[in-house]
Design a binder for this molecule. Sequence first.
Ligand code: ADP
Ligand code: MG
Length: 312
Amino acid sequence: MSARKRKDILLVALGGNALIRKGQEQTIEEQFENLKIPVSQIARLSRAYRLIITHGNGPQVGNLLLQQECCQTLPPLPLEILVAQTQGQIGYMIESTLDSQLMELGIDTQKTLVSLISYVVVDEKDPAFRHPTKPIGPVFTRGKAAILPYPTVRTSQGYRRVVASPQPVTIVEKREIRKLIDLDFIVICCGGGGIPVVREGRTFCGVDAVIDKDLASAVLAREVGVDLFLIATDEPGAAIHYGKPEQQFLRSLTLRRAVRLLKEGHFPPGSMGPKIEACLNFIAQGGQRAVITSISAIEQAIAGEAGTEIIR
Ligand code: ADP
Ligand code: MG
């Protein structure tokens, strides 16, 4: 085995805020600029690690849904197609930004990168399909919601489409990803949690659902045999009493305490909850290190100087 093959595998899961920040106009220029913060760190880390990058797509898929609603001349596209579109869009943005950053470091000729359209299998019997809970896309008035061809839910902002968020079962391209990693490719995959598919005989069929990108990343981390799992978001880590005066960010969190705090409601579903669950699953199944940190402190977290580390 060559020395190169023995480098640890690092998986970085980038949150939606790596591209779109709250309060910004969301122009493409802003998104490229925002991406430089995590991607410049990832470029430097590629010297020491074999790398997988996964990413969210919440704001982007929401915008595509809004565009479907605005267009009267073409039939609306199903969710699975929109997820595929965001994998292409964000994959391209990460790949081209990373390419420029590698060039700045003078290591672009040694590093090959690829972004991969990825399917993630879900179980058609997953209870999430009977009780969809995940609000997505634009906000509607009550009147408009009543005539939409899909279910909606009332949220604090108004009525929004609601879809199932089933558990990821397996990543269809896991073998291909592993092979690319062994060839020292940097692989961008599982964007937006992956295109949700169910098995149909020997093939797969896309379904109207969204998969949490942190949970999908944890499945990928296990299936590919990742050594270090890092989730980058818009907060410095996981906090207890989040948003309250007694809020306190945790530097480390044992499995046992994480389970207890989850039960006590410190980490809500749909945001910090799945990040903690993803790290728990990864460490409980034999992973070495799992850290939740901010987009701007990826390198510091790997050095053990920032973020919340989930430990045995
Ligand atoms: P991402 O795109 O990174 O997945 P999410 O919005 O899904 O972002 O999750 C990050 C958000 O989780 C933070 O912006 C924060 O508002 C929220 N959050 C909820 N509970 C906590 C907590 N206990 N500690 C830290 N952040 C929390
Ligand atoms: Mg999220």
